[in-house]
Design a protein around this ligand. Structure first.
Ligand code: PLP
Length: 490
C-alpha cells in the first residue's frame, strides 16, 4: 500500500542501515588504500580501455550507490597523477592526510553555506584566518579569506593593490578609468598566476614588469629600483611589488625586507606570494629565511601544498581589514543583513573575495591544526628541507649527477651528466630518464629548464617520503642514465 508520503522522491538512502554498511566499507577500503600506498607504483598510466569506458551514456536510471562506488574504485582511484604517493615530488603538490579527508567528509555532511552566516562554521573560518595571520606575523585584526588555491589568493592580493594604489575608483570606473599604465613588478621567477591574474583583471600581461634575478634566482633590488624610477619618469603608475617566498622553479626566497622598504619608498602595495615558502615561517629553524614577510600588505598562501591538506585549501591575508572589505563588499536586496535570524551576522566572507557560495574548507585546517599542532607540522616541514639537503649531498657526491640550481629550501633541480654529451643530447636523455621514472612507477619528479638545460626537479612537500625514497631516486636516475646514454650519443 502506498500513501502520499511514500510516493515522494528523495535522495536520502531508502535503507539507512544498508547505506551505513556501504559507508563503512568505503572508509575501511580507503584507509587500507592509504595505509598501503607505498606498496603501489608511484604512478601508472590509465589504460586505453579505462579511458574509453568514460564514454558511457548519461545514466537516466541510477545503478545504486554500491555500483557507483565500485566504478570509482575500479576506474578512477587507481589512475590519478599520483600525488599522495611517498615518492611523488612533481610541481608543488601536497599529499593530503587521512584526517583532512575525514574533515572534508564532516564538513560536507553539514554542508554550510560559507558566504558567511554568523554561526559556528563562520567562527571556525574566522579563527583559522586569525591563526594563519598569527603564524605569518600579521596583526591580530588583519583580514583574510580561505580560497581555492594560491593562484586565486595571489590574485586577490593583486586586486587589493589595484583598488588601493591606482589613485581612482577602479570598482566604479573599471580599468579604463586609469588614463595611464598601472604597473606590477615581480621577478622573472614569479609564478604564472600573475599573467593569468593580470589578464583576468583586464590589465593585461604588459602591466607586468619582470625584474631580473641574481645567481640565486632572487629578485635584483637595484634593477627593480631602476625600473620603478624609469616608469615613474614616464608617468606610469607602479601599484604593486610582488615578492616570492619560495619560487616554483628553485624555492628561492626574495629579499622580502628590502622589497618592503622599496614598496614603502615608492608607495606601492607589497604582496608576497608565499604559496608554499611562507610556511617556513612556522619553523624556528627556517623562519629567518622569510624575514620581512610580516611587512607585506597581503600574502597568498596554500595549505594544500606545504601544510599537507587535501585540495583545495588556500588563504589570502590582508593586513588592513577595512581596505580588504572596501575592495570587495557589495550589497543586493536579496542579500540584505537583518537584525535577527539567520542573516544577522551578514555575509562577511562573500564581502572579501569573488565567491558567494563557498564550501567549509576552514574545517579541515581547524582540525589539522588542533589535532597535530603547529609544532608537529613545522617538524614535517623541517624534515622535508633536511631530506632535500640530503638529496643535494647525494647529487654532489655522485659524479654522474649535476645540480643545476641552488637549493635553499625544499626543491632540488639536477640532471644526469655524461662528459662528452652536448646539452641538447643531455636534455633529451634526461627527459627520457624522467619519463621512465614516471612510467615505471619509480617516482614522480617534474621538470624545468635553466638556460636551456633540462632539469629533473624534485619539490618536497610530501609528509610520507623517507630517506630511502631519495636513495631510490638517485640510484634509479644513475641506472637509467647509464643504460640509456648510448641511445643519445651523436
Ligand atoms: C610560488 C607559487 N605560487 C603560486 C602557485 C599557484 O598555486 P595553486 O596551484 O594553489 O593555484 C604555485 C603552485 O605551485 C606556486 O608554486
Amino acid at each position: 500500500m502506498s500513501n502520499r508520503f511514500d510516493e515522494r522522491v528523495t535522495l536520502d538512502p531508502q535503507d539507512w542501515e544498508e547505506f551505513r554498511a556501504l559507508a563503512h566499507t568505503m572508509i575501511d577500503d580507503t584507509l587500507d588504500y592509504l595505509r598501503d600506498l607505498r606498496e603501489r607504483p608511484a604512478w601508472q598510466p590509465m589504460p586505453q580501455a579505462v579511458r574509453n569506458s568514460f564514454d558511457e551514456p548519461l545514466p537516466q536510471e541510477g545503478i545504486g550507490a554500491g555500483a557507483a562506488y565500485g566504478d570509482f574504485k575500479e576506474r578512477v582511484r587507481p589512475y590519478t597523477n599520483g600525488n599522495i604517493h611517498p615518492r611523488f615530488w612533481g610541481w608543488v603538490q601536497g599529499t593530503g592526510t587521512p584526517l583532512g579527508m575525514m574533515a572534508e567528509m564532516l564538513g560536507a555532511a553539514i554542508n554550510p553555506h560559507m558566504a558567511g552566516f554568523d554561526q559556528a562554521p563562520a567562527s571556525v573560518e574566522h579563527q583559522v584566518v586569525r591563526w594563519i595571520a598569527e603564524l605569518m606575523g600579521f596583526p591580530k585584526d588583519a583580514s583574510g579569506l580561505m580560497v581555492t588555491g594560491g593562484s586565486l589568493a595571489n590574485m586577490i592580493g593583486l586586486a587589493m593593490a589595484r583598488h588601493v594604489k591606482s589613485g581612482f575608483d577602479v570598482r566604479q570606473q573599471g580599468i579604463a578609468g586609469a588614463g595611464r599604465k598601472l604597473l606590477v613588478y615581480g621577478s622573472v621567477e614569479t609564478h604564472n598566476w600573475v599573467n593569468k591574474g593580470l589578464e583576468f583583471m583586464g590589465m593585461g600581461r604588459d602591466s607586468f614588469r619582470a625584474v631580473p634575478v641574481n645567481a640565486d634566482y632572487q629578485i635584483d633590488p637595484s634593477a627593480l629600483h631602476g625600473m620603478l624610477e624609469r616608469d615613474k619618469a614616464e608617468s606610469h603608475r607602479p601599484i604593486c611589488i610582488i615578492g616570492t617566498a619560495g619560487t616554483v622553479n628553485t624555492g628561492a626566497i626574495d629579499d622580502l625586507e628590502t622589497l618592503a622598504d622599496i614598496a614603502q619608498q615608492h608607495d606601492t602595495w607589497f604582496h608576497v606570494d608565499g604559496a608554499f615558502g611562507a610556511w617556513a615561517r612556522i619553523s624556528s629553524k627556517l623562519k629567518p629565511l622569510v624575514v620581512g614577510i610580516e611587512r607585506a600588505d597581503s600574502i597568498g598562501l596554500d595549505l594544500h601544498k606545504w601544510v599537507y591538506l587535501p585540495f583545495d585549501t588556500a588563504c589570502v591575508l590582508v593586513r588592513d581589514a577595512a581596505l580588504h572589505r572596501a575592495a570587495f563588499a557589495s550589497t543586493a536586496s536579496y542579500l540584505a543583513i537583518s537584525e535577527r535570524g539567520v542573516t544577522a551576522g551578514g555575509l562577511p566572507f562573500a564581502n572579501l573575495g569573488i565567491d558567494l557560495a563557498r564550501n567549509f574548507k576552514a574545517l579541515k585546517v581547524w582540525m589539522h591544526f588542533k589535532a597535530h599542532g603547529i609544532r608537529q607540522i613545522a617538524g614535517v616541514i623541517e624534515q622535508n628541507v633536511e631530506d632535500i639537503r640530503y638529496l643535494v649531498r647525494r647529487i654532489n657526491d655522485a659524479k654522474e649527477l649535476e645540480l643545476l640550481a641552488p637549493s635553499p629550501l625544499n626543491v632540488a633541480c639536477f640532471r644526469y651528466m655524461r662528459p662528452g654529451l652536448a646539452d641538447d643530447a643531455l636534455n633529451r636523455l634526461n627527459q627520457e630518464i624522467l619519463f621512465q621514472l614516471q612510467e615505471q612507477g619509480i617516482a614522480v619528479p617534474s621538470a624545468t629548464t635553466f638556460n636551456g638545460r633540462f632539469a629533473i626537479r624534485v619539490a618536497n612537500t610530501n609528509h610520507r617520503s623517507r630517506r630511502e625514497d631519495f636513495d631510490m631516486l638517485v640510484e634509479a636516475v644513475i641506472k637509467l642514465g647509464s643504460k640509456l646514454t648510448a641511445d643519445f650519443r651523436g
